[in-house]
Design a protein around this ligand. Structure first.
Ligand code: PEP
Ligand code: MG
Length: 603
């Protein structure tokens, strides 16, 4: 009989609410490494074809990347990929690999890995610097071919194994979006903060998640039993009987709380004294509109279109985008959808699966900057959005705006797109509303000027906080500095609402902050027109708004704007809710309370 493994509790950051109990599937770094397997004689030719298919698929991928680099950076940079293509198509390497697969009857990834490793080592011993520099190209080509052979990413977890809790050091947005959602129970991830993209995606999928667990993944094995407590930011490895019982009870309580919210679905988000706020949903993929409606969203406050790209690593063309945008617009009609143009870059990979080698990607070639540099791709998207606007319920929004020039350039392209549709005789909404995200402090400082250019603003606090406080939103080491309650952040929001409203502009907020129960009284009290949150959190946000008075929220706004320390602001907000809605606070607060504690440790 094996000894029962000791229960251990790990503290991380509560990234997506809910509690799940299940078995782990560990996406360790080693998963992408190579094991040697023998191939039965009658399957050898199949293995050779599998290898050649991987070479062809990699060639396509590299050619695509070369094309995009040429477009963006010019011939000289694009030429770097010629070296990759030459290595990939090297006849000696290909013939050698095929010969060895046949002779030694071994799997293609193992044989290719060995040959490329030897090739790499021999180049590294060369005196020629140019040849030594090709070493990196070899490693890159090797990794790409092997990933194709392993079908990595698309089949990291499959439903056949039963639903599992995904454990990993790090998951990129594209890895996350490619996971089969029917196979995933929840997430326990070492990297990332509350507004990192893996956290946002987990919420979008409605799966409990804890991130920022530091070195948890190293301590777990496939099949280990885990509890992920996405409300409190805890992960429990090898839970004992008593813990399991307690968690089943907590799970049930949380479910009951959610059940009790169902009847709110069709009621407005209206305070006890009659002040109404629009409640929208944030979606990452078009099909999530169904979840938004199920959870009672009136419209879509943010459609993050770049995930359509990340899910397939290629820009969908105008027609494909049009079909998807139209589907969402029709589904929410007569309410509206705010379609945000591609916001790639940062940690959302840009070209193929090549990470742009930038020192500071969040301050680099990101978002509207990419769109303006790639006008063909941007125009295709704008035309698709315009065509979907025919019934008048689509609004278009530009992300990461930091200057008036950027908005003017984007609008120029929008007009160009309109002219093209006119020529083609295609209908669209000529009065489509144009808005910008306010997520860079510079935009706040020039808001009056931006108001002259656009009809609406949506505050992106995920980025606004990171750019204002100089705190990387995805870095778990400094997650304690990333706070919704910093007086600078609250003053910026106040300024945006005041200037926006003075110019008669609609002002919404679509950052993750809109779902933080502690800060909601501030956001409503300050007079925001809309809060837009991930669908699963809509009922909780609505419940809170419907349980409070607008007048008392206005008072709390004045009080906390007097405070100068984030912790004091947080304490005041907590005391306010404790007084007004103790029962709601008891269920919701754990999700927002654990960030100050030390993380990644067994507790
Ligand atoms: C934000 O920055 O607050 C936002 C909503 O956009 P994203 O999280 O996609 O950067
Ligand atoms: Mg943003």
């Amino acid at each position: 009989m094996t000894a029962r493994k000791k229960e251990r509790v790990f503290r991380g950051i509560a990234a997506s609410p809910g509690i799940v109990i299940g078995q782990a599937v560990v996406l360790s770094r080693e998963k992408l490494e190579i094991t040697q397997k023998s191939i039965p004689p009658d399957r050898v030719e199949e293995e050779v074809s599998r290898f050649l298919d991987a070479i062809n698929a990699t060639r396509k991928e590299l050619e695509e990347i070369r094309k995009r680099v040429l477009y963006r950076l010019g011939e000289e940079d694009a030429r770097l990929f010629d070296a990759h293509l030459m290595i990939l198509d090297d006849r000696v390497i290909i013939d050698d690999t095929i010969r060895k697969i046949r002779e030694e009857r071994l799997n293609a990834e193992y044989v290719y890995f060995r040959i490329m490793r030897d090739f790499h080592d021999s180049l590294m011993r060369s005196d020629d610097e140019y040849l030594r520099e090709r070493g990196l190209d070899i490693l890159d080509v090797k990794r790409r071919v092997i990933r194709k052979l392993q079908g990595a990413e698309s089949c990291l977890v499959s439903p056949e194994q039963g639903m599992r809790i995904v454990v990993a050091h790090q998951l990129t947005p594209s890895q996350t979006i490619m996971l089969d959602r029917n196979a995933v129970l929840g997430f326990a991830i070492d990297f990332g903060g509350k507004t990192s993209h893996v956290a946002i995606l987990a919420r979008g999928l409605g799966k409990p998640a804890v991130v920022g667990l530091k070195d948890f993944a190293d301590q777990v094995e496939d099949g280990d039993r885990l509890i992920v407590d996405g409300n409190r930011g805890l992960v429990i490895l090898h839970p004992g009987k008593a813990t399991l019982l307690r968690y089943r009870d907590l799970q049930e309580k949380y479910q009951r709380f959610l059940q009790a919210l169902i009847p709110l679905k069709d009621l407005p988000a209206q305070t006890l004294d009659g002040h109404k706020v629009e409640l929208g949903a944030n979606i990452e993929l078009p099909q999530e509109v169904e979840s938004a409606i199920r959870h009672g969203a009136r419209g879509i406050g943010l459609f993050r279109t770049e995930y359509m790209y990340l899910a397939r690593r290629d820009f969908p063309d105008e027609e494909e985008q049009y079909q998807e945008y139209k589907r969402v617009a029709e589904r929410v009609y007569p309410h509206s959808v705010i379609i945000r143009t591609f916001d790639l870059g940062g940690d959302r990979l840009v070209i193929g699966d090549m990470k742009l080698d930038e020192e500071n990607p969040f301050l680099g070639w990101r978002s509207i900057r990419i769109s303006l540099d790639m006008p063909d791709i941007f125009l295709a998207q704008l035309k698709a959005i315009l065509r979907a606007s025919e019934r008048g319920n689509v609004r278009v929004m530009f992300p990461m705006i930091s200057s008036v020039e950027e908005v003017r350039k984007a609008k120029e392209l929008l007009h160009q797109a309109m002219e093209d549709l006119d020529k083609r005789g295609l209908p669209y909404d000529r009065n489509i509303e144009v808005g910008v995200m306010v997520e860079v402090p510079a935009a706040v400082m020039i808001l009056e000027h931006l108001a002259a250019e656009v009809q609406f603003f949506s505050i992106g606090t995920n980025d606004l906080i990171q750019y204002t406080l100089a705190v990387d939103r995805g870095n778990e080491r400094i997650a304690h500095l990333y706070t919704n309650y910093h007086p600078a952040v609250l003053k910026l929001i106040k300024r945006i609402v005041e200037i926006g409203h003075k110019a008669n502009r609609w002002v919404g907020l679509c950052g993750e902050m809109a779902a933080d129960p502690l800060i909601i009284p501030f956001l409503v009290g300050i007079g925001l027109d809309e809060l837009s949150v991930t669908p699963v959190l809509l009922p909780e946000v609505k419940k809170l708004i419907r349980s409070l008075r607008f007048n008392s929220m206005k008072r709390i706004v004045d009080e906390i704007l007097e405070e100068d320390v984030a912790q004091d602001i947080e304490a005041r907000l907590q005391a306010y809710l404790q007084k007004e809605v103790p029962d709601i606070l008891e269920v919701l607060l754990p999700q927002f309370q654990n960030d100050k504690n030390e993380r990644g440790h067994s507790v």
